[in-house]
Design a protein. Structure first.
Length: 157
């Protein structure tokens, strides 16, 4: 191989290496676990059936307060907001803590939770209203949609 072709090959390898390396160093897709990739890749279909669901609810972590939710509003720890992977944004639902019977109404404003086995994330206020402490963090609940938004809602769902 002549010197000019050798230099061109080395330059190509250098560009390819430096284009990929920063993403890997910054924790890009190369460090994602297989479970995390599956959870985010599988986007469940929206459920407009109105059927109740039973599963585990979790409390939003404090680090999410002030961040934008899927509907564009900012997450407030003091509002009755919640996240669901399957209910349409804007759905009003009754959440009942099955351990103590306490319930409250929430509005689905975000997507999640992404932890396996969980069906809804609740704001700290909402969780407290139905007897889920921050220390406890999770509880078995029933989620029953009360009002579903119209079907002509924007495609952000």
């Amino acid at each position: 191989m002549d010197a000019s072709r050798h230099r061109a090959l080395l330059a190509t390898l250098a560009v390819a290496t430096f284009a990929v390396a920063p993403r890997a160093i910054a924790g890009g897709a190369t460090t994602q676990t297989a479970d995390t990739a599956k959870q985010h890749a599988a986007k469940p279909a929206l459920d407009r059936s109105g059927k109740k669901r039973v599963g585990v609810a979790s409390v939003y972590a404090h680090r999410f307060v002030g961040r934008k939710m899927a509907d564009g509003t900012r997450m407030s720890a003091d509002d009755d907001n919640a996240a669901s992977r399957t209910l349409p944004l804007g759905t009003q639902a009754r959440v009942t803590n099955l351990q103590n019977g306490q319930s409250t109404t929430v509005t689905i404003q975000d997507r999640g939770p992404y932890a396996k086995g969980r069906i809804v994330d609740l704001s700290p206020k909402t969780a407290e209203d139905i007897g889920i402490s921050r220390e406890q963090g999770v509880a078995k609940v029933e989620v029953k949609p009360i009002v579903l938004p119209p079907r002509d809602r924007p495609a952000s769902d």
